[in-house]
Each structure stands twice: as C-alpha cells, then as structure tokens.
Design a protein around this ligand. Sequence first.
Ligand code: HEC
Length: 606
Amino acid sequence: MNAVATVTFLLATVWTSIPAAAQTGAEIYQQRCAACHEEGSDRIPPRAALEEMPSARILRALNAGIMMAVALTMDPEDRVAVSSYLGTSDPVAGPSAQAFCADRTVTLPATPQASWVGWSPTRDGSRFQPADQADLSVDQVRRLTLKWAFGFEGDSSAFAPPTVVDGQMFVGSAGGVVHAMRADSGCLQWTFQADGPVRSSIVVVPAGQQHALLFGDMTGRFYAVTAETGVLRWSVQVDAHDSTRLTAGPLAHDGIVYVPVSSWEETRAADLDYPCCTFRGSVVALRISDGEQLWQTWMTDAPQARGRNARGTMRHGPSGVGVWSTPTLDEARNLLYIGTGDNYTEPATDTSDAVIALDRTTGRIVWSRQLTENDIYNGSCATNPEGCGPDFDFGQAPILSRAPDGRELLLIGQKSGIVWALDPTKEGEVVWETRVGVGGINGGVQWGMATEGQRVFATVSDVGRSRNTDPGDPRRVVLDPNVGGGLTALRIADGGREWYFPAAHCAAGRPLGCSPSQPGAVTTIPGVVFTTSVDGYLRAHSTTDGTLLWSFDTMRDFETVNGVAAHGGSIDGPGAVVVGGMVFISSGYLRNGGVTGNVLLAFSAE
Ligand code: HEC
C-alpha cells in the first residue's frame, strides 16, 4: 500500500468504526496540540497553517516527521482522527517531473567496480573503504566541493545512509520513501513508499535476473524490493510488538538476510499507565528468496507479570535488550557478532549490554560477554531514578579486526565512553579497555567506530543539556552548545591513545539544538577519517595525527536538484559514505533535541 492508500484505508476504518471521529479529533487536538499550536509563537505553525495542509501530510508528521516525538504516546487511531479533523482531503504531492532522470533505467553490474553496500562496505563492520573503492586521495579530500543536494519532501530528519553500486544509489528517508537515484547527479529513477520511516542502511543482492534491495522500517516491517524497478517482492512484520523499530541495517550472506530487532518501548514507560515492558530484542533470519523466517533468537526469556507499579499498572519482565546495529560476519567461524542494549525491566539478564556470538546457521547463542551488568533502564527513570541505569547500551556491533601482530580482535565502543577489545578465540575475553569519553544516557560512543587496521577511531556524544533562555521557543531544556564531542585514535595493538582531536564549541548565532557532540558513526579511507557532529559539520581528519583536512557546514539552506526546499541540521546516526570518488552525507536530526533538516549532500573533488 502506498502512503495515500494507507491513509485512506485508515480513515475509512476510523470513520466506519467510530462515527464520532470528528468530535474525537477535536478533543484530541485540544488535549495534545492546542497548547503549542495556539500559543502565538512565530516558531510554531499556527492552527490556520495546519488547516491548509493535507490530512495525509499531518499524519505523516505525526508518524514519521516533525511531530513524531509529540505523537510517540498517541494511538494510531488518534493520530488519524486528529489529522483528518485538522487537515484537508488533498492528496500528498509526489516528486515533481523535474526530479526524475531523463533515462530512468536502473542497471546493476554483475561485478561492481566501486560500491558501498549496507552499514559498512566490508562485513567485518570496520567502516573502512579501501583505496580502489574510495577513489579519493588525501589531497582530493582537501578539495571536496558540494556537487548536488537533494531534499526529502516534508521530512524533518535525514537519517538514512545511502547504498551505492557503481554510481547507482538507493536511500531511505524519514517519510518512508526509498529512492533509486543516480549518484553523480541526484536525479530520481523510482520511489517506493514503505509503511514507516526507513533509516536502516540498504543491502543489494542478486535475485534471479535482477537484484533485491533489503531494508527495514521503523514500524517493524522488513522489505525485499526489486532494485531495477522499485516493485515489492515481499514484506514481513518481523516482530508483532507494536513498539518494534528496525533501526539497524540488515546483513545478507548466502541467500539469508539477518535482521536485528529493537524498539522504543523503553520510552513509553514514562507513562505510568503503560504496562511496561514486554518487548524483547532479537535477531531474525529470513530466506531472501521469499521472506520465510528461518530462525529468531530472542535476547531474553518471555516476559511474565511482575507486580504493579505505583499507579497499579501491571509490570512485566524480563524485557529489552534491543539490537540496534548491523551484525558483523565472521565467515571462518560461521558466526554473527552483535552488540545489545539494556534491560527495560527486572529481572536483569546476562544478555544486556553484551557482545554476543550467534551461530549463523541455527541462531544459537554460542557465547555472550556482558560488559555492564544489571543495567535496567526505562522512561520512568527520569522521575524515579531508584534502581535505574546506567543505560549503557551498545549502539554498534563489534568490528572484527586484526592487530598488527596477526591476533584477531573484536573492537566495540559503548555509551559508557569505553572502547573495548575482546578476544574472539576466547569467548570475548577482554584484551584491553580504554576510556575515550565521559559516557552517559546519551553519551559515550554511540553509532559506530572505524578502523584502517592500525588504529581505531572513536567519536563521543557526551552531549550536555541546559535550560532554554529563549522565550520564543517552547522547549524548556536544549542541548548545551559548549559541551560534548571529541575524536580519539587508539592503537589496536594495545589500546593506547595515539592522538585526540577536541570538538569545537558551537559558534554564536547557531540555532538552538546545536551541540558539539559526535554520536554519529565514523568512516575511514586510507589517510582520512570522516566524522560528523550535532553541530551540523562533516569533517575530514588525517589518520596519522588528527589534523583537520577539510570541513563542511551542512546547517544551512540548500538549493536542491529535485526542487524541494531543503536545509541541513544536526548530523547523527549514520556517518559519511565514501565511494567512487564521492562523499555522501545526510543532515537533519530531530530526535534528542538536535536541529531539523531534510537534505542529502554529495561531494566530489574539483
Ligand atoms: C510541544 C509543542 C507542540 C505540540 C504539543 C504539538 N506541536 Fe506541532 N509543531 C510544534 C513546533 C515547534 C513545530 C514547528 C517545528 C519546526 O518547524 O521546526 C510544529 C510543527 C507541526 C507540523 C508541521 C507543520 C509544517 O509546516 O510542516 C504539524 C503538521 C504539526 N506540528 C501538527 C501537530 C499536531 C497534529 C499536534 C497534536 C497531536 C501537534 N503538532 C502538537 C510544536 C508542537
């Protein structure tokens, strides 16, 4: 179903089952929206502006756009009711004719010359792009200039990394639109509408005479779409829990795709009427040819009722242990390595905040190495911190690397601010550990590190928050413009610090939500390490001493090749993608108090 069809279907359901939907919509608007949208602040679109928008667009803002955080605790039916109450019945405009390539043929070579497919171009998770694939020298990095900008219509975040095969690009979006486009010009070939936001990296595999794109969305649905045409082959809901999110990109190997499963249920526990928590993380293996499930390995036992909370709502556990990142493949041992998140409720399990090795064929847990014990955290901890935390998830899988002396190592960074090296031959025994940041709930090393085989590069979030002194902005707390960030290079051999590059504070006049924090994933090519920041900058450093080689400020308006008004904002989540002499970055991150944006940028050397 495309977006308009989904909306029409949902509207029809609401109208037939709840005849007083308009009334309900008005009530919901009063309860959930009026306080802000009738406040008279020039930063908030007034009610009149919402009334000029198509309902489908408002619904998109609630489900996948700018109002996602507001709508987090709203039922799907209530979102539909308030959207149809407020908006018009006009359809949402798709891409304009100007956005499309003159020739819309998508061809993928049998043996690609230069590609970046999925979360890391190599399936060891290193985010290292070798010289022949990167096709970009240190000198050329110094001369990178913007080649084109593409705007995601109606979106307020741009958090999906592109996948590129010999100049053919595929990229998801916060609006749930997957785009096939040319990497050299940014023109469109086709679009595919998923149910929810697509922030996962996309994998491309041969499928018969054609190719299949494999990716998940933020509602728990996983898709196989024909790369050449954009036509759906199959889709499956990998987990029935209504908080499921497929944040991580999949890993495909030998006809099987491995899908990590996470959720936002942890946040819902802020509402004491919510029966927290019943989600449990897992990895699901699907047959690529037809989507048939081969195995699903849960990270905890099934939750049971565990007594009532202060408001008398039943609590459940064990729960949590979401898997937020793409698994790393160890082909020689037939294993997948994952990093896991915290428990949401008691009892604590020994699988949370752990590195876990799964048998690729059966999904069996071969070994598990817990690095923080007893980490139970959920949304109610903000008001009642007793027995909570420290919320030290792994937002990344370990990199399977080799020390210069030939020893294999698993390298992983944690929200605690610690980088770990584990021994894959000894069930993950700790070889060394080095602190690179302060750590915290939104601190430490988050989305991923990178290594070129000598050093491992880690940036930290370590975000700060301060009281908002801007009377025109409804937020009480905003990101501190002077706290967070930092890039460290550690020697793989012993974890010793080789160099450190501190983050720059946000300059005066930057928008609220600017922060020097650097939660985004790091990328490396020979001689260069690319970092991103919530301050909107993409930066390139020398791998040998951290010297800044080049930087680009994405926090501004852009003229786009598809004619959509676009601006950049905070960069968080995926890092830079470097392939075939070009560098790609998406900019704009509404979550965690960052600056919104809806742009995908492409750079090449003059
Ligand atoms: C806490 C304050 C707040 C609440 C509550 C709130 N909004 Fe908003 N809304 C905003 C702000 C601020 C913006 C503009 C954000 C921006 O442009 O960066 C906005 C933007 C929007 C937009 C996008 C308008 C555009 O120009 O694209 C829509 C649609 C919207 N809100 C709908 C709603 C609905 C429906 C509700 C109730 C369910 C709601 N909002 C509740 C503050 C709020």
